[in-house]
Design a protein around this ligand. Structure first.
Ligand code: ZN
Length: 503
């Protein structure tokens, strides 16, 4: 059989293709016969002469990792760097020196001696880790259990009232842990856990322990719980003292809730930031009252901000508040039109958040891409109606800023994380731009926002500690954690009498 023209070759021939004159004389045969013929003779076909060396040998990844884990200094070499710090700038190819968990130097051609562990980052992008300013971590057990659900009535009925209510402290621990590890795996190095499962003080402690165990940076935003054994909101003061009394740790505490005076008073008494959930077009009156009572403080976070009045935006702005937008979830679950354009119109550089895993993915790429495409839709539609007043279109660089340094600033952590700046903690992600889904690399920020997904997250550092290395989490017994999570999920679903549907 001729492998070029589907024609029979003389049985006595050792050739695999016919000559031009044979081809002219041969009658065509159908595709099926060709496949059968090739399959039947596959063992006899010698290797075809494709270029060699297409499959590279991986470097000794384990040896590199153990050098990194020994501590000391690490040099990330030859990365394409998006520092997200205008003073540092960006580099097509440069090096970052990490020493004692902190970024020490960012420039091309850093010379080091043999004691420094070197990470070759050619064809890789180096960015600050992503910052997610609002996620309900305990729901890691319930991922996508509500694939088509709306906030009302589905989420309130099934998640808030039914499934959450039966969580034990152990469920909180494993649910929170698997969410945090999933986030690190996807490049998020800092996040707010708006917990909402604090049925007892033990539930709160389980959530805090899980965040500590995971090694993620962030804020434990102590929230309400179900039943009559919760100690919300006053327990925030005890937790603050017991677990968050030092500045030299990765975690801080805040108080989360709604725009209710007693909750804000508890936050002010405990001297923590407040994370207001469900801020929307119905909450103007509550905002005005809190403002008049002098209970709003700079750094308080306002989540969702869907269809806010001009007065509400002004109160948040004047008080020094920050906003956390979750456009994918807000669009999917009926929270109302996401406030991205209104936030921009009112002078905010918003932070971004993934909110719940019960419906949508936690990954920062989904959140960035949704935010970008939605804002451009809104702005272009406004422009169609009123060409002289079309808002400025967001760029890929803008949403990268929202997902990194703007998130860090929102949490009051901008001096420690959110950009690749000497002196800051080394919270870094190496994104693989050599993978087939993004190569060839033509625009670094565009590749991250428009093309990448979690499979491009190759390596993750938090405060200089390697958390993910060459595609796998470090020091995590994934199988054990997955088994524990599935068992806990089974228990929660059963105790709640919830009918989940795999198919
Ligand atoms: Zn939420």
């Amino acid at each position: 059989m001729c492998i070029l023209c589907d024609s029979p070759v003389s049985p006595s021939s050792s050739r695999f293709s016919c000559t031009a004159s044979e081809a002219n004389n041969n009658v065509g045969i159908n595709r099926r016969r060709l496949l059968i013929a090739l399959g039947a003779s596959v063992a006899a076909i010698p290797a075809l002469s494709f270029p060699t060396g297409l499959i590279a040998q991986a470097p000794d990844s384990k040896a590199e990792l153990s050098r990194l884990q020994r501590g000391g200094r690490v040099l990330i070499r030859n990365a394409t760097i998006l520092s997200m710090d205008a003073k540092v700038g960006d580099f097509a190819a440069a090096d970052v020196l990490i020493d004692g968990g902190k970024i020490r130097e960012v420039r091309p051609g850093i010379e080091v001696d043999a004691s420094v562990a070197v990470v070759d980052a050619r064809d890789k992008l180096l960015l600050p880790g992503f910052v997610d300013t609002h996620h309900h971590f305990y729901q890691g057990l319930l991922r996508n259990i509500l694939p088509n659900g709306l906030l009302q009535p589905d989420y309130s009925r099934d998640i808030s009232d039914r499934l959450t209510a039966v969580y034990t402290a152990d469920d909180v621990h494993i649910g929170t842990l698997i969410s945090a590890l999933g986030m690190i795996d996807m490049g998020t190095t800092c996040a707010v856990d708006t917990s909402q499962v604090n049925h007892t003080p033990e539930h709160s402690e389980a959530g805090i322990k899980a965040l500590q165990d995971s090694g993620i940076r962030g804020v434990y935003a102590y929230s309400r719980g179900a039943g009559d054994k919760h100690k919300y909101p006053q327990d925030v003061a005890r937790l603050h003292k017991a677990y968050f009394n030092s500045q030299d740790q990765l975690l801080a505490i805040g108080l989360a809730g709604t725009l209710v005076k007693a909750q804000f008073e508890a936050a002010r008494a405990a001297d923590v930031r407040f994370y207001s959930h469900g801020v929307n077009h119905r909450t103007e009156k509550a905002l005005i009252e809190l403002s008049q009572a002098g209970l709003l403080r700079a750094g308080d976070e306002y989540i969702h901000c869907t269809q806010l009045s001009a007065e509400s935006w002004k109160i948040i702005k004047d008080s020094g508040g920050v906003v956390s937008l979750s456009p994918p979830i807000e669009m999917m679950m009926g929270h109302g039109m996401p406030g991205i354009q209104e936030a921009l119109d009112n002078g905010f550089r918003p932070s971004l958040s993934s909110d719940v895993g019960v419906t949508f993915a936690q990954d920062p790429f989904t959140v960035m891409r949704s935010t970008l495409s939605l804002q451009r839709l809104i702005a272009l539609q406004r422009g169609q109606k009123d060409p002289d007043n079309q808002p400025k279109l967001l760029t890929v660089r803008d949403v990268l800023e929202f997902a990194t340094i703007a998130g860090a600033n929102a949490l009051g952590l901008g001096s420690r994380t959110g950009s690749i700046t000497p002196g800051k903690d080394a919270d870094l992600v190496i994104l693989d731009a050599s993978r087939l889904n993004v190569w060839p690399l033509n625009n670094a920020a565009g590749s991250v926002v428009n093309l990448m997904n979690p499979m491009n997250v190759e390596t993750v550092f938090i405060a200089g500690k390697v958390m993910k290395w060459r595609g796998a989490l470090v020091g995590v017994d994934e199988q054990k954690i997955k088994t524990m999570a599935a068992t806990a999920r089974d228990g929660v679903v059963k105790r709640a009498g919830f009918q989940s549907s795999l198919l």
